[in-house]
Design a binder for this molecule. Structure first.
Ligand code: ADP
Length: 191
């Protein structure tokens, strides 16, 4: 059985942390578009050069570009048993493109976990991470802009997935352990 999972939620909600735990327990890959773009930027190839200024500003890279990246990624054999999407889709057109890609391979999302977190708490976490990791987009101004973009472009996905009946809300103020407890309980119904 395949286990296709999507994580939604604002920047700083802990999606990456939880994705890694799901990856370990279920042997399905975490697919983080943010990580993929940061790798491309570090590699200094054509894609990296194109997206660097956009990521640095906290804007979204064009739908067409990220959909092409995801199409390639989902064709890799390590996704045959499922995947954990973290950071994609981020816009309604991206969600529609994902629906089509999954339909073409006769798969559908098993569950969409939406992490809910106050902006103040999220900003605090991101500033802590900035001190540790030095990410180029974890500066206070850019963080504020990323929230604006998330609210305008990504929050509407909640409704998109609610209407698909696979949407589960998680209170992300809880500890990493407790958040994972909610996820594990839900996933135990799918495996
Ligand atoms: P966050 O901490 O904001 O969740 P990510 O690591 O997921 O950050 O993404 C970092 C940046 O990469 C985004 O601000 C955006 O510029 C770019 N990015 C990542 N995923 C996408 C996507 N699906 N569509 C467009 N841009 C994206």
């Amino acid at each position: 059985m395949t286990l296709d999972i999507l994580l939604l939620g604002p920047p700083g909600a802990g999606k990456g942390t939880q994705a890694k735990r799901i990856e370990d327990d279920h042997a399905i890959p975490q697919i983080s578009t943010g990580d993929m773009l940061r790798e491309a930027i570090a590699g200094r190839g054509a894609l990296g050069k194109e997206v660097a200024p956009i990521v640095e500003r906290g804007d979204l890279v064009p739908d067409k570009l990220i959909v092409a990246v995801m199409r390639d990624r989902l064709e890799r054999a390590d996704t045959n048993g499922g995947f954990i999407l973290d950071g994609f889709p981020r816009t309604i057109p991206q969600a529609e493109a994902l629906d089509e890609m999954l339909e073409a391979i006769k798969r559908s999302l098993a569950v969409v976990f939406e992490f809910e977190l106050d902006q103040d708490e999220a900003v605090e976490r991101l500033l802590g991470r900035a001190a540790e990791e030095g990410r180029i987009d974890d500066d206070p101004e850019v963080i504020r802009h990323r929230f604006f973009v998330w609210r305008e472009q990504t929050l509407p996905l909640t409704e998109h997935y609610r209407s698909q009946g696979v949407h589960v809300t998680i209170d992300a103020h809880q500890s990493v352990e407790d958040v994972y407890g909610v996820i594990a309980a839900e996933l135990s119904r799918h495996s």
